[in-house]
Design a protein around this ligand. Structure first.
Ligand code: PLP
Length: 375
């Protein structure tokens, strides 16, 4: 183990503004179901440019409610990406439906409208694209496929807060868009999530479902439907409201770190940096490099080398279809989504957060370069 200071894979960007906001709520009697939750929702809806926003206690619960509130359930199939954090596919199973994977684009690492179109069948009721690593999926294209086949469109925007295409932000392209606020995301509430939707009915149903099936006019012990406790507390909401007020600053800091990485890694052989895109189409969530095919077999050794040298790193993401319970339940096998599988074997997520300085990025690049020279 090196005696150098640890460079963490991620860390939240918290200032006195956030500390003060949380303390203020703690000095009121309303730690949950108070006035701060609706304030956070209103500010978030405005930022995304969505009609309605419904806060919940995680991105996963947001995805679950979005599917339920749009009528997705038993017997339905939902097309989604095998290259994602597992929650995007799990939420489909939680809703009682079945995830159907299509392979990703080698360059963007997102699923495409073309691949989705090519497997269309009657039992497909919805498409759930993921903006992986913060890069917007082809939402104009998905909107067209959804319209043509009369499908529900749900966006997993958990990694892409603030990214936009054709002047419209992620989340605002769909019947429901979902964001997450775990501490490694662009902004955090500790734990938390947000659903945005253009449909008042979907928003109302999500509010009821997150709150034990209560209705807005009914009593505390009147439950109209089977619901959950997926509420976000006012403490978390206050943190979110403060983070959201700083979001432009936070995203700019993250973009600056990404630019340092692009520069520092451009001369290192064997490394593929994240693909470029039009202005604004990526909100930097993580910085994930890939090794060229000839060197992909060294990936796990490199992860160990970086870790041993005090550099946080991870293998974002293993293919979802090859997770044990997906293989057991849906009979998925290796080789079914070859691009996803090949990409998954070659990725290294490097330390990435707003507080990294240029010297940290240089140290990561140098250590990676040394690691690549060892055999
Ligand atoms: C973070 C994330 C989620 C939701 O995560 P939670 O931990 O439940 O907030 C969902 N999908 C993707 C792609 C994510 O990165």
């Amino acid at each position: 183990m090196s005696n150098k200071q640890q460079i963490h894979l991620s860390r939240p960007d918290i200032t006195n503004l956030e500390r003060q906001a949380v303390l203020e709520v703690l000095n009121t009697p309303n730690l949950s179901l108070g006035p701060t939750g609706p304030k956070f929702e209103a500010a978030f809806a405005e930022y995304v440019g969505a009609e309605h926003a419904v806060a919940c206690n995680s991105g996963t619960s947001g995805l679950h409610l979005s599917l339920l509130a749009n009528g997705i359930g038993a017997g339905d199939k939902v097309v989604t990406s095998p290259f994602s954090f597992i929650a995007s596919a799990n939420s489909i199973i939680m809703a009682g439906a079945e995830p159907v994977f299509v392979d990703i684009d080698e360059n963007t690492l997102n699923i495409t409208p073309e691949a989705t179109q090519s497997i269309m069948e009657d039992s497909v009721r919805a498409i759930l694209p993921v903006h992986i690593f913060g890069l917007v999926a082809d939402m104009p294209g998905f909107a067209e496929v959804a319209k043509k086949h009369n499908l529900i469109l749900i966006e997993d925007a958990c990694e892409a807060l603030g990214a936009e295409v054709n002047g419209r932000k992620t989340g605002a392209w769909s019947d429901a868009g979902v964001f997450a606020f775990y501490p490694n995301k662009q902004m955090t509430t500790g734990e938390g999530g947000m659903i945005v939707t253009p449909h008042e009915k979907v928003a109302t149903l999500c509010r009821s479902l997150r709150n034990q099936g209560r209705s807005s006019g009914g009593g505390w012990l009147a439950h109209e439907r089977l619901g959950f406790n997926y509420r976000l507390s006012d403490i978390n909401s206050a943190l979110g409201l403060a983070q959201l007020s700083r979001i432009d600053e936070i995203l700019a800091k993250r973009a600056r770190v990404a630019a340092w990485y692009n520069e520092a890694l451009s001369s290192i052989d064997g490394v593929i940096t994240p693909c470029g895109c039009a202005d604004g189409e990526r909100s930097w969530f993580v910085y994930v490099i890939r090794l060229v095919d000839e060197r992909a077999s060294e990936r796990d050794r490199l992860l160990e080398y970086l870790t041993a040298n005090g550099i946080g790193c991870s293998n974002y993401f293993p293919p979802i279809h090859l997770q044990p319970f997906y293989q057991e339940r849906f009979n998925y096998r290796e080789g079914q989504f070859p691009i996803c599988e090949r990409v998954s074997r070659s990725t290294i997520a490097l330390p990435f957060h707003a507080e990294l300085c240029e010297a940290d990025v240089m140290r990561v690049a140098e250590t990676l370069n040394q690691g690549l020279k060892v055999d």
